[in-house]
Design a protein around this ligand. Sequence first.
Ligand code: GTP
Ligand code: MG
Length: 203
Amino acid sequence: MLAPQDVTGVVLAGGRGSRMGGVDKGLQNFNGMPLALHALMRLGMQVGETLVNANRNLAAYEAFGAPVWPDAAADYPGPLAGFLCGLAHCETPWLVTVPCDTPLFPLDLVQRLGEAALAQDAEIAMACAREEDGQLRTQPVFCLLQVGLLESLLAFVQSGGRKIDAWTAQHRVATVTFDRPGDDPRAFFNANTLDELRRLELP
Ligand SMILES: Nc1nc2c(ncn2[C@@H]2O[C@H](COP(=O)(O)OP(=O)(O)OP(=O)(O)O)[C@@H](O)[C@H]2O)c(=O)[nH]1
Ligand SMILES: [Mg+2]
């Protein structure tokens, strides 16, 4: 088993939130608490250290109590910028990423990704789950990464790469499907719009 103290968790909150009208998505309330704080608390139970990657309203994120780091480049190159930021500030052998907009993600996310990574001697473990349309799809923003991948990711992003799957395909990846009896079918539902956010709040 991967020991929680060997893992740093980063909450990805550095996007533009354009489908939400340009608001800072991580600071929008979900059941009365900012989305990114939900993610941070859920992740904090599963790992030794946590970080937040955000590019706006840094003081609001700092109030959550974890270190906050913005992207090194200010041009919003996408979620991989958050992976880079997390790897650059990670002091443990593994980093796990979660987006700020998926507040119901599994409480055993890190444990199951870690088990698969170790069992398959993988450098990366990625979640896979059923979406609202019923289709199973990889969930590339839920990723467990060996910290030594920083150089590889830096080279990929510097050469213009933006797609998570295109980068992870260069490495040994274990895919973990969260589709067991007892798994919450809504665990990976995310909120891209305010409507989706209100719908996620329903029981
Ligand atoms: N650091 C960083 N994170 C990003 C960037 N773009 C997206 N993300 C994060 O990656 C995750 C998935 O991205 P999206 O769901 O597309 O979120 P978003 O980009 O804020 O929203 P849209 O602008 O509507 O696409 C979210 O947790 C975002 O915060 C970026 O340029 N930099
Ligand atoms: Mg986006």
